[in-house]
Design a protein around this ligand. Structure first.
Ligand code: AMP
Length: 208
């Protein structure tokens, strides 16, 4: 199954992508994670990506498309994949059309006004990548799953989040209509517990 997950920053795409990957045994490919790994390892791609990510802007399309193309050519994608964070604009969507055939595009729908609080309060596990919100942590700073420390992403500050949400509205939201017109779009309500969101996701995927 070849799946694209759409949704604004903070909509819970990463969480749903991990759950889908586990349940359906397909790789979870997050362009944001790939960039963060490159930044940590200070690769040439990481150096380029950091200057855009720190401002909340999109990394240039040529760099991003090349990364995704190479990743989708790997063996583990033969039986399907789940793309999280790509495509983020119509140019990338058109490029993806030439690389792979999609079975479904899942839009995780959350009211835009909820996203600032979700993102600025987000804490991520440095070990397994699990996401939490400060309001549920009760001051704890370690992961309930693996025990590693939690951290706040550098781009989850208020100013960068504002820019990311604006970039989403301008560049990524139009993809909803784009994929609707291609009859690939299914929406799930992302404004509920992650288990409930995943119930909806499963019901869509099992009925394809
Ligand atoms: P994410 O983890 O998906 O929120 O992505 C974090 C940041 O990585 C974004 O704000 C962008 O700067 C960059 N990024 C991730 N995916 C893409 C993409 N498909 N195109 C361009 N930039 C991206």
């Amino acid at each position: 199954m070849n799946i694209v997950l759409l949704g604004a920053p903070g909509a819970g795409k990463g969480t749903q992508a991990s759950l889908i990957a586990e349940q359906y045994q397909i790789p979870h490919i997050s362009t944001g994670d790939i960039f963060r790994k490159n930044i940590k390892e200070q690769t040439p791609i990481g150096v380029v990506a950091k200057s855009y990510i720190d401002k909340g802007d999109l990394v240039p399309d040529d760099v991003t498309v090349e990364i995704v193309k190479n990743r989708l050519e790997e063996d583990d994608c033969k039986n399907g994949f789940i793309l999280d964070g790509f495509p983020r604009n119509v140019y990338q969507a058109e490029a993806l059309l030439k690389i792979a055939e999609l079975d479904v595009v899942l839009d995780v729908d959350v009211p835009l006004e909820d996203l600032m609080a979700r993102l600025t309060g987000r804490r991520v596990c440095s070990g397994c990548g699990e996401s939490y919100h400060v309001s549920t942590l009760g001051g704890r700073n370690t992961c309930a799953k693996c025990g590693e420390n939690l951290y706040q992403r550098a781009d989850d500050n208020e100013q960068t989040v504002s820019e990311r949400l604006e970039v989403y509205r301008e560049n990524t939201q139009p993809l909803i209509d784009y994929y609707k017109s291609k009859k690939l779009l299914k929406s799930v309500n992302g404004a509920q517990d992650k288990e409930k969101v995943f119930d909806e996701v499963r019901s869509v995927l099992d009925n394809l």
